[in-house]
Design a protein. Structure first.
Length: 442
């Protein structure tokens, strides 16, 4: 076992973290301590919060300080996010003064802001410097930088004026100035921006790193693509979980306690259960019609499931389009027009299949719907057209309403949309049945 732990140092930090996390709790600290000093900080940032806490409890103050000191500032801030305030305070006090100031600065930003995921280690230069001066500066301070892909140009007040790819500097003549390489076009993030908004900048401009400036334009850090990938994963996981009809989990599924899992799922289940009670109430309201024409009850599952499915489809498409910034609030009318056409066409398709099914069953003797079978078929067909249309409109518009109310559109979950359409679908179905079959079966 000891030899296995020693050999861990030959692997990538992420693979080492996975191996340590798979060990028994009492073995994790021992394996971690056997890693070289500089590797500890890299591996620790990849461990899940449970393993991190277990290892920290087993380390002395000096060992904890070494681990935190060797971690990139942005990863260290993420670690602090997972721990109680008392633990954070003790850990920050173990850092050297310079690192302590950096840690406190990053922790001071809002948890969902760009400031929390940026790193203060980057290369900044002045525009009057020559390429030769710049390269000497990079060799002197570049070892600590998060990435060397870009060099950031600042003025005398440290305000960002441009960023230049390192390749342009390497290929330029050593006597050229940085000003001669500047294009004047750069993209930057603001410390107070929501970190999920930053995802769109990376996708749109195909960047591996972006500078972060204060409200006044002063360069204070950079955000790299690895941190953005973490944000994307967290965002998409939360949206998928919310859309499935539950609160987003704070920990991975395998690490979430049963009690927490039940609590996260119970809320929405109760809401949906109460919503389905209205479906039962609607059925009770039309009890007389069902008694007179029991055949109508045969198509209730078909009717309400079609409406719920079409609503869920529409909601999925719109929420994902919003997440990719393909749609904004101002596009609601465009979406409504498109979904009206789509809903009618989809409804006509399903309605035709429903009518054809009744016709085949009646003609082949598989089921006798009585003398008014054609009227029943038309009732089902028209109901499907209207209910599918209503489902697509509901599913597509609810995300816009939630976004207008500054709520997460992903909370318009598929079960929520389906439940709402179930109730209204029954009302539409029996109302049409009353119109078509009044004086016949009803």
């Amino acid at each position: 076992m000891v030899q296995k732990r020693i050999d861990l140092s030959d692997k990538h930090p992420h693979d080492i973290a996975d191996t340590i996390a798979a060990l028994e709790e009492r073995e994790q600290p021992i394996s971690f301590l056997l890693l070289p000093g500089t590797l500890k900080g890299q591996v620790f940032s990849y461990l899940d919060p449970t393993a991190q806490e277990n290892i920290l409890k087993s380390l002395g103050s000096e060992a904890v300080a070494e681990v935190l000191r060797n971690m990139p500032p942005d990863d260290r801030t993420q670690v602090f996010t997972n721990f109680p305030d008392t633990v954070i305070k003790e850990a920050v006090n173990l850092l050297p003064e310079v690192e302590r100031k950096i840690a406190l600065s990053l922790i001071g930003y809002d948890e969902d802001s760009v400031g929390r995921i940026m790193t203060p280690y980057y290369i900044q230069v002045k525009k009057h410097w020559t390429v030769e001066q710049t390269l000497r500066h990079i060799k002197r301070v570049g070892k600590k930088a998060e990435t060397l892909n870009y060099v950031y140009v600042v003025d005398d007040d440290f305000k960002l004026t441009d960023d230049i790819r390192i390749g342009e500097i390497l290929l330029a003549d050593e006597t050229q100035t940085i000003a001669s390489l500047m294009g004047g076009h750069f993209i930057s993030l603001i410390t107070t921006q929501n970190k999920e908004d930053a995802v769109g900048y990376f996708e749109r401009y195909d960047r591996s790193a972006l500078p972060v400036v204060s409200e006044s334009g002063v360069l204070v850090g950079i955000v790299t693509v690895d941190d953005i990938l973490d944000v994307m994963e967290q965002r998409d996981t939360e949206d998928i979980q919310k859309f499935g009809g539950l609160e987003a989990l704070d920990l991975p599924y395998t690490k979430t306690p049963i009690g927490e899992m039940v609590r996260k799922r119970a809320g929405w289940l109760i809401i949906l259960f109460i919503g389905e009670m209205f479906t039962a109430s609607a059925m009770g309201y039309f009890d007389a019609e069902i008694e007179k024409a029991v055949v109508l009850a045969l198509f209730v599952p078909l009717i309400i499931s079609s409406g719920g499915n079409s609503g869920s489809q529409a909601a999925t498409l719109i929420i994902r389009a919003m997440a990719l910034q393909e749609l904004n609030l101002k596009d609601w009318w465009y979406v409504m027009r498109k979904e009206i056409v789509s809903g009618i066409l989809l409804g006509v398709t399903l309605g035709s299949i429903g009518l054809l099914r009744i016709f085949i069953w009646q003609q082949t003797g598989l089921y006798d719907y009585g003398p008014y079978w054609l009227t029943i078929g038309l009732t089902v067909a028209l109901s499907l057209v209207l209910i599918v249309l209503w489902g697509t409109l509901s599913g597509s518009m609810i995300p816009f309403v939630l976004k207008q109310l500054r709520l997460d559109p992903a909370t318009s979950s598929a079960p929520f949309v389906a439940t709402m359409v179930d109730v209204t679908g029954l009302i539409i179905y029996f109302s049409i049945a009353a119109m078509f079959l009044s004086g016949k079966l009803l």
